[in-house]
Structures are given as structure tokens and as C-alpha cells.
Design a protein around this ligand. Structure first.
Ligand code: BG6
Length: 485
């Protein structure tokens, strides 16, 4: 088929995406409390990050300084504006607003920080897209309540939403309730997203006590209730709010046309992807979820009224992260490969990044169509990108043509999806400025258009520099996606 992709709409939201704990630093500035992200050490591609309930002297906690957006937001936003951003996805650090999570009153200094950030974005006509909870929960809620394992965390979250919705009701229109909410369908999400305490020190994604699937799904149910309540509340505060879900879309192909593989791929798609978005978009648990719970002895504690709460809190739009695809097979001997948050099988037709994430632009077109066919509501790709090692040349330039190539092909795929009729309204590639990797805690795994001088050990001046992709993306935005070379 010829490569004729559609023009992007005039009002298409071009921009970039970040998250507070990977970007801001200032982890204890002006009354901010410790978050779950603040107790996770740095790791590498081969060494897991560690969760240390008590901070260890001498250990490297990458969120503590991150890339210091806390003090450099004006410079960074000016660079985003120079690229022509229409939208900037950021998250609010919950423990900046409620240091312990269960405080009676919010921390005014924390609220003022985001007042300043949103004012700076407005100055440059950049629309904020705010993730309310992106892999961080006030650590006190983890310690005192076992995080999302406890229903009371729903009330703390809703109170937090009430405060930020009212405070920013005239400055923020687009909100996402939880980043990659479906990560709680996997053990990796237990502490990262669920703030469920490990037994003693543990590695990220594992627990000394083993996985507790019952508790994970109960925590997920609490997040669904919290998300639905937030949607209803947000619409009451400002009917103009647009509130979305955010799914780590795990695109999984059957490895062969063996019906066993095809069925497995569908089951994975259902459980890993659609379970969460069905609840958030359609307002009810799908039948396959109920079957899975029954067959795996998972008994959710539902309160009276929960079903109505889910129905009343359906999201306005669907957003997702897309980095790579993997395969699924009934044959246990096939070769495995990594990917965003989950492992899968190697696809012989695809190449992979240095972190073993397979590169598959067509998978993005496929996913957009596949998801849109199910829900038919506006969509945004709010994370996409290539984590790679960048080198600074002697003249200071950073020639990241591999990143340009990756993004170009994915933008073409989005254009194809638009031509297919998908209602795609925005694109915020991940880590538009280099930031800390969530999976490994490294700095060396870079995604940005803007280079930050900092290494894995935390050394560097934190100075910003424009990569080749910076100038390229600026042209892409200026041409409305028409000029991709
Ligand atoms: C997504 C997360 O899973 O992938 C981000 O929402 C994360 O927080 C991004 O940074 C890329 O993953 P990584 O592990 O390369 O940082």
C-alpha cells in the first residue's frame, strides 16, 4: 500500500510528556513530603532498582534531584516554546500538595509552584495536560495504609483532586487520572503504582513475600473508584474539563497463525489492556475480567454503590503510551524480549533498541485503529519515543538521527491512522527533555529533544542543550506534521 498519510488537523496538540518524579527534583523543597518514588534507588538495564523504606546514606535516589525542573522550569518551558509545543504533559507531585497524603490542609507552597509553572506555560500559549498520579503516592500513605490496598486512599486522592481542580480550574483543561493504570494488572506495578509496601527491602517489581494478586486487583479497584469519582468531581468543578484515562498499551501479536497463539494474544489484550479501559471508558467490568477473577480466586471487595460510581465516572478521552510491540505464543520455548513494563516474545521482523524494546511504528497504527474501533472516543498518544545513549560531539552537537528516524516513522503511522478515520487529537512524545528512566532509574537512557548534562551517578552541570531532533521536531510542528525529513 502506498504511503499516503493524512494531514494532521490544524488544532492538533503537538508537544511532549514528562512526570514530576522523573523531572522536578526538589524532593524535599518547601514542605514537600517523601513520595514512593523518593525511596527507589537507581538501577541499570541489568541491575534492578531497590525499594528502601528507610533512606540509606550514600545510596543514589534519582528522583531527589532528577533534572531540576523545579528550579529551571522557566528555561525548560522556553525551550518547549521554541520547538512550538502546543501542549506539555506534566504530572503534579501529590506529596508536594499533601506531604503525607492524609493531611487536613494542603501545602500552599506546593500549590504555588504549579501556579508558577502553569502561568509560564500560558505565557507561551502551551496547554498543560496534567497527570494527577504518575507513579508516585505520598510515602506515608504506603507506610500507614498500605497505599492503594486500603480503600481510605480513595478519599485522600479525591480530596487531593478537589484541591487541585479548584485551584487550577481556569488554567488546566486536560487531566489524566492515573498514569498507565493497567500496570496494576502486573506484579511490577505493586509498589510503583499501587504504593503497596514490600516486606522489608525489595527490588522494584518483586516482593520478598511474593506477588499478592488479590491485593493488586483490589488496589486497582480502588483506583477505578478514585478515577471515576475524580471524573465526576472534575466535571462539576468545571464542565469544560476534559478528563482522560491513560493506558500502557501493550501491543501483542500472535507469533503464528496457530489458533492457540491467536487466542492467547486476544486474552492478553483483554486482560492487560482492555480490562482497565473498559472500566474507565464504558463504566463497568467486562465479562472476561469476571471470569478471570473467578478462575483465579480473586474476590473483590465492592461497596454498595460502586457499580454506579464507575458508570458515573466515565472518561472523556482515551490516552496511551506506545513504545514497542511483542509477540505471544503457546509454545513455552520461544525467545523472550523486553518492553515497556512487560516481557513478550521476539518478533523476527523487528529490530530492537539497546534496551531490547522492539521498534514497530506500524504497531502504533494498528493499535490506534484497534482501540478506536472499540471505543470511538478522541484519543491521544501521550508517550512514545526511543530510549537511547546520546553522545555530545566536540562541537557540542548531539546527532540523534536514530531518534528522528524512530519518531518520523511513528508520526507517519499516526497520519495513516488519521486517514483510517481515527480521532487522534494529540501527540506528546515521552521525555521531551532528558529525564530519569522509570524502569531503570538511569539518566543514560535518554528520550529528549533537549539534552541534560547529567550521568547515571548524578554528576554533571544539568546544563541543557538542543539535540538535532530538537530542530527536526520544531520543523515537524511548524509544518503541522507535513515536513518529516
Ligand atoms: C512509561 C512511564 O511506562 O514509560 C514513564 O509512564 C516511563 O514514566 C516511560 O519513563 C519510559 O520507560 P523507561 O523505563 O524507559 O523510563
Amino acid at each position: 500500500m502506498s504511503k499516503v498519510y493524512a494531514e494532521f488537523p490544524e488544532d492538533f496538540l503537538w508537544g511532549g510528556a514528562t512526570a514530576a518524579n522523573q523531572l522536578e527534583g526538589g524532593f524535599d523543597a518547601e514542605g514537600k513530603g517523601l513520595s514512593t518514588a523518593d525511596v527507589i534507588t537507581a538501577g541499570t538495564h541489568t541491575v534492578s532498582r531497590r525499594i528502601t523504606p528507610v533512606l540509606e546514606a550514600g545510596a543514589n535516589y534519582p528522583s531527589h534531584e532528577a533534572v531540576d525542573f523545579y528550579h529551571r522550569y522557566k528555561e525548560d518551558i522556553a525551550l518547549f516554546a521554541e520547538m512550538g509545543f502546543k501542549v506539555f504533559r506534566l504530572s503534579i507531585a501529590w506529596s508536594r500538595i499533601f506531604p503525607n497524603g492524609d493531611d487536613a490542609e494542603p501545602n500552599e507552597a506546593g500549590l504555588q509552584f504549579y501556579d508558577r509553572v502553569f502561568a509560564e506555560l500560558r505565557k507561551h500559549n502551551i496547554e498543560p495536560l496534567v497527570t494527577i498520579s504518575h507513579y508516585e503516592t505520598p510515602f506515608h500513605l504506603a507506610e500507614a495504609y498500605n497505599g492503594w490496598g486500603d480503600r481510605r486512599t480513595v478519599d485522600f486522592y479525591v480530596r487531593y483532586c478537589e484541591v487541585i481542580f479548584n485551584r487550577y480550574k481556569d488554567t488546566v483543561k486536560y487531566w489524566l487520572t492515573f498514569n498507565e493504570i493497567n500496570i496494576l494488572t502486573m506484579p511490577f506495578g505493586t509498589f510503583l503504582a499501587g504504593a503497596i509496601m514490600p516486606q522489608g527491602n525489595a527490588e522494584l517489581g518483586t516482593s520478598a513475600a511474593g506477588d499478592n494478586e488479590q491485593l493488586r486487583y483490589q488496589a486497582l479497584h480502588h483506583q477505578f473508584i478514585a478515577s471515576a469519582k475524580a471524573v465526576k468531581l472534575g466535571h462539576a468543578v468545571n464542565p469544560g474539563f476534559r478528563i482522560g484515562c491513560m493506558i500502557a498499551y501493550m501491543c501483542s501479536y500472535p507469533l503464528t497463525c496457530n489458533p492457540e497463539d491467536v487466542l492467547l494474544a486476544q486474552q492478553k489484550d483483554n486482560l492487560s489492556n482492555f480490562l482497565c479501559s473498559d472500566v474507565q471508558v464504558r463504566g463497568a467490568y467486562p465479562g472476561f475480567a469476571k471470569r478471570y477473577f473467578e478462575e483465579n480466586n480473586i474476590v473483590l471487595q465492592l461497596q454498595e454503590g460502586d457499580e454506579q460510581i464507575l458508570k458515573d465516572g466515565r472518561v472523556d478521552f482515551y490516552t496511551f503510551s506506545y513504545y514497542s510491540s511483542t509477540c505471544v505464543s503457546a509454545d513455552p520455548d520461544r525467545e523472550a524480549i523486553g518492553g515497556n513494563l512487560s516481557m513478550g516474545l521476539k518478533n523476527p521482523y523487528l529490530k530492537a533498541s539497546a534496551w531490547e524494546w522492539q521498534i514497530d511504528p506500524q504497531g502504533l497504527r494498528w493499535s490506534l485503529n484497534h482501540i478506536y474501533n472499540r471505543y470511538g472516543i478522541p484519543m491521544m498518544v501521550v508517550e512514545n519515543g526511543l530510549g537511547a545513549v546520546d553522545n555530545v560531539e566536540a562541537d557540542g552537537s548531539i546527532k540523534d538521527d536514530y531518534r528522528i528516524e524512530y519518531l518520523r516513522e511513528h508520526i507517519k503511522a499516526m497520519g495513516e491512522a488519521l486517514a483510517d478515520g481515527v480521532e487522534l487529537i494529540g501527540y506528546t512524545p515521552w521525555g521531551c527533555i532528558d529525564l530519569v528512566s522509570a524502569g531503570t532509574g538511569e539518566m543514560k537512557k535518554r528520550y529528549g529533544f533537549i539534552y541534560v548534562d547529567k550521568d547515571n551517578e548524578g554528576n554533571g552541570t544539568l546544563a541543557r542543550a538542543r539535540k538535532d531532533s530538537f530542530y527536526w521536531y520544531k520543523k515537524v510542528i511548524a509544518s503541522g506534521g507535513a515536513q518529516l525529513d
